[in-house]
Design a protein around this ligand. Structure first.
Ligand SMILES: Cc1ncc(COP(=O)(O)O)c(C=O)c1O
Length: 380
């Protein structure tokens, strides 16, 4: 067996990335909203069918923009899954929201709609939905329920660019959605993100918030002679250098996706029999969901088995990782919110889930090494 290290994650370098970076540098316009940023915006708008897309420095920044657009303030409640990345929650707590942590369902690890319905109160401003691993049940019923109850439905689609349900892109169900282009994601520019605005009534203010609270965008379109400070805001633009690298990746989407899905399907097919005999769960993809092959996980029966698998793979040079720790049990999460109905699925899954290496440059041999090592895991 080879002793080479197999890293958990590796950023992809798309064929035109360096050419586009050179072009951006040579053009002398590297700040936000220059030519490559505009091309990324159009690509995202066409793929998702959203009203407007805005590149941001990160998904965290896009979530903060969403909080500002919803005018989140102290006294508001925001429902978030406890099983998610910190930013899904912290972006709203930053503006004073009380976090209401909801549990996930054991099949797709996404928000439990029955619990969300019962958690909505007159103070609820928004529900933030995360398509974990880009795998989701139909988001439409939750979006409709939120609309009926007068609550904003926002998609944190950090894992889910290219995912669809019944042919409709994930990211198009909420009034807004956020994306991540962090190194670990399917498409990356090191650090990056996007805010997708589906509700056209939010667009004008989004343009102002990202330009430090000024109406500079209207000025650049020659709608007003001078621009000035008109609202709250911050610097939520992404450099055109990041956009240049990102555009090359977006244009390589079909190749990236087909490689990722090939690896994902291979894991599923080759681990199924072993998982069934060991009582280990593999991801469940609901009918109607097209997922983007973002990450592959296994859920062991016990935490001890998961921990021994991490050590067993590590001894063979294979880096595999757990994922989210329950936010409602964290120091900050328990101060800034609560899980009034409990989150037993989150607590249990968090202790037993393991993510395996999955990225386009993972070779067939490396993947075979991972699978063969895993299925030989000694009983605990
Ligand atoms: C569900 C989710 N939301 C938000 C983020 C934050 O993304 P970023 O690092 O681009 O701010 C992550 C990061 O991995 C994430 O997994």
């Amino acid at each position: 067996m080879s002793s080479d290290i197999i890293p958990f994650s590796r950023a992809w370098s798309a064929p035109h990335e360096l050419d586009y970076l050179r072009e951006a540098l040579a053009g002398g316009q590297t700040a936000g909203d220059a030519a490559f940023t505009q091309r990324c915006h159009r690509w995202l708008e066409q793929r998702i069918g959203c009203h407007r897309a805005f590149l941001t420095p990160s998904c965290t920044a896009a979530l903060e923009m969403a909080a500002l657009l919803l005018r989140i303030q102290p006294g508001d409640e925001v429902i978030v899954p406890s099983f998610t990345f910190v930013s899904t929650a912290s972006a709203f707590a930053l503006f004073g929201a009380r976090l209401v942590f909801a549990d996930i369902t054991p099949d797709t690890l996404t928000l439990d709609m029955a619990q969300v319905e019962r958690l909505i109160t007159p103070r609820t401003k928004a529900v933030i939905f995360v398509a974990y691993a880009g795998i989701t049940p139909d988001p439409a019923p939750m979006a409709a329920m939120c609309q009926e109850r007068g609550v904003a439905f926002v998609e944190d689609a950090a894992h889910a660019l290219m995912a669809k349900f019944n042919g409709r892109p994930v990211g198009s169900f909420g009034c807004m959605a956020t994306l991540s282009f962090h190194e670990s994601k399917n498409f990356s520019c090191g650090e990056g993100g996007a805010l997708l605005v589906n509700d056209p009534s939010l667009t004008a203010r989004a343009e102002i918030l990202r330009e430090k609270g000024t109406n500079r965008a209207a000025h650049l379109r020659r709608e007003i002679a001078k621009y000035s400070w008109v609202d709250l805001g911050s610097s939520y633009l992404s450099s055109d250098l990041c956009a240049a690298a990102l555009l090359a990746q977006l244009e390589d989407a079909e190749a990236i996706q087909s490689r990722r899905l090939q690896l994902w399907n291979q894991y599923h097919a080759r681990l199924s029999a072993w998982a069934a005999t060991q009582g280990i769960a593999l991801p469940t993809v609901p009918e109607g969901c097209e997922h983007p092959g973002h990450l592959f996980y296994v859920i062991f029966k016990t935490n001890a088995q998961r921990e021994s698998a991490i050590a067993w793979l590590d001894q063979a040079g294979i880096k595999a990782y757990f994922h989210y720790l329950p936010l409602h049990l964290s120091d900050a999460g328990s101060r800034l919110g609560s899980a009034v109905m409990g989150c037993p699925v989150t607590e249990s899954v968090s202790e037993r889930l393991l993510r395996l290496p999955l990225y386009p440059s993972l070779t067939e041999d490396q993947q075979s090494r991972i699978i063969e090592r895993l299925v030989q895991l000694p009983a605990v």
